[in-house]
Design a protein around this ligand. Structure first.
Ligand code: SF4
Length: 90
């Protein structure tokens, strides 16, 4: 099974607001790191070239905060209770 096939089997309860917010001072080098490190590929450039985060597919792994550092985000927290990825065991 490919990574994309595996990610497609995940179940999410999306929140209305993003639990992770990019800081306005984020530079291109930091964003390039985020694009590389996020295992779900959620950091992308839109058609206008703006840095965006598709937070609804977040795996809550914390790699982005670990690699880019807390200064890359004006907010980084877990989704609200009952929202986010639904982890399945077994
Ligand atoms: S916590 Fe993990 S999955 Fe979520 S945005 Fe950061 S790197 Fe991507």
């Amino acid at each position: 099974m490919s990574v994309n096939e595996s990610l497609a089997r995940n179940c999410y309860v999306p929140d209305d607001r993003s639990h992770i917010v990019l800081d306005g001072t984020l530079n291109d080098e930091q964003f390039a790191l985020l694009e590389k490190v996020c295992p779900a590929g959620l950091f992308q450039r839109n058609a206008e070239g703006q840095a965006v985060l598709n937070y609804r597919g977040c795996l809550e792994c914390g790699c982005c905060r670990t690699i880019a550092g807390p200064s890359a985000f004006s907010q980084w927290r877990y989704p609200a209770s009952g929202c986010g990825i639904a982890l399945r065991f077994g």
